[in-house]
Design a protein. Structure first.
Length: 359
């Protein structure tokens, strides 16, 4: 039996209970978690913004050690340190055939099948297929990536979502070039990753925007050259800081209509806006046909940083070993399982960076 944070129903409080995991079957792996990040996507799953069969064990950003493998598993072995991959690509669908594994049609298939039960027989689904808010989990072998040498295991949990997403948003989706100006809206775990990735890409001005003034220190430690508290005139102030033209690139990490619109308005003619934040279907953004023509801007979505984790994780590890990417500066709180509801409240209030559940 292992302890886990369970979502009994949509919009219900999480409950910490003991669950029973089955032995790993063919092609599956059992992992003892070292840490799990508390991501805004977990909050979106809990309140119904993102769909997830319930009851479920949430958590998708994690790292740990393999403790058992099922028949046919050859990619990892007992004792290996691994990062969870919540969106493993199948390699066979239409999108995988286009070399776009981040859009894999079957990436979340595992979330729909029960994976564990309690002593009285109640079954539970794995949140986003990984169920990282538990002392241990069982996942397909495709959902674990060997952790490269030289990366601290606890902080490595952040690589499973926030860092891959932020890095990919900059290097793949927005394709930031050296010297370009970048504005980052939302300084949470993903936003801090975007700032660091922009610095690594050689961006010139990196302007962070958040509703909370206390985020300025976090943003500047990550590499921001400027910081603004969000206000109705944010776009105007960004233009003033960028030669009155606007930023070359804006990365939106909030998922709200007004911040997406602000990101768009903050960029120059011909600028690029990449939306990373996950918003609800009621968050509608409007543009006039004339402004789309006149400004010549690009607006694009971004799923999992448009990353191929197997390709990008070794690159991130090299940045960490070289000191260019610092995971520890992103972590503002370390908690136990029981502290996850309070961490959700912290995110809703717009405070802090990334919270880690440490086992």
């Amino acid at each position: 039996m292992v302890r886990a944070a369970i979502l009994p129903a949509v919009d219900a409080p999480l409950v910490v209970e003991e669950i029973e995991l089955p032995p790993p079957g063919p092609g599956r792996v059992r992992v003892r978690l070292a840490a799990a990040g508390v991501c805004h996507s977990d909050l979106s799953l809990s309140n119904g913004t993102l769909r997830q069969p319930v009851p479920a064990v949430l958590g998708h950003e994690g790292a740990g050690t393999v403790v058992a493998v099922g028949d046919g598993v050859t990619t990892v072995a007992d004792g290996d340190r691994v990062v969870l991959n919540w969106a493993p690509s199948c390699g066979d669908c239409h999108y995988c055939g286009l070399d776009e594994p981040w859009l894999c049609a079957d990436a979340l298939a595992g979330a729909g099948e029960p994976y564990a039960r309690t002593a009285d027989g109640r079954e539970f689904h794995p949140g986003l297929g990984t169920a990282a808010f538990a002392e241990e989990t069982v996942v397909p072998a495709s959902a674990v990536l060997p952790l490269p040498h030289g990366v601290p295991l606890t902080e490595a949990a952040l690589l499973g979502c926030a860092v891959l997403t932020g890095y990919g948003a900059v290097h793949h989706a927005a394709a930031v070039r050296e010297g370009e100006s970048v504005v980052v809206l939302g300084v949470g775990g993903v936003g801090l990753s975007v700032i660091q990735a922009a610095r690594i890409a050689g961006a010139g001005a990196v302007i962070a925007v958040d509703v909370s003034p206390e985020k300025e220190e976090l943003a500047r430690k990550a590499g921001a050259t400027g910081f603004l508290v969000s206000a109705p005139d944010t776009a105007k102030r960004i233009r003033q800081l960028t030669g009155r033209h606007g930023a070359d690139v804006a990365v939106e990490c909030v998922g709200r209509a007004e911040t997406i619109r602000t990101a768009w308005d903050s960029t120059r003619r011909g600028g690029r806006t990449t939306v990373v934040g996950i918003g609800g279907k009621d968050q509608l953004v409007s543009f006039s046909a004339l402004e789309i023509f006149h400004f010549g801007r690009t607006l694009s979505g971004c799923v999992y940083g448009n990353c191929d984790p197997a390709r990008d994780l070794p690159v991130l590890a090299e940045h960490i070993r070289a000191g260019r990417l610092d995971l520890s500066t992103m972590v503002t709180d370390r908690i136990a399982l029981d502290g996850i509801p309070a961490a959700f409240d912290t995110m809703l209030a717009g405070r802090g960076g990334r919270t880690l559940v440490v086992f």
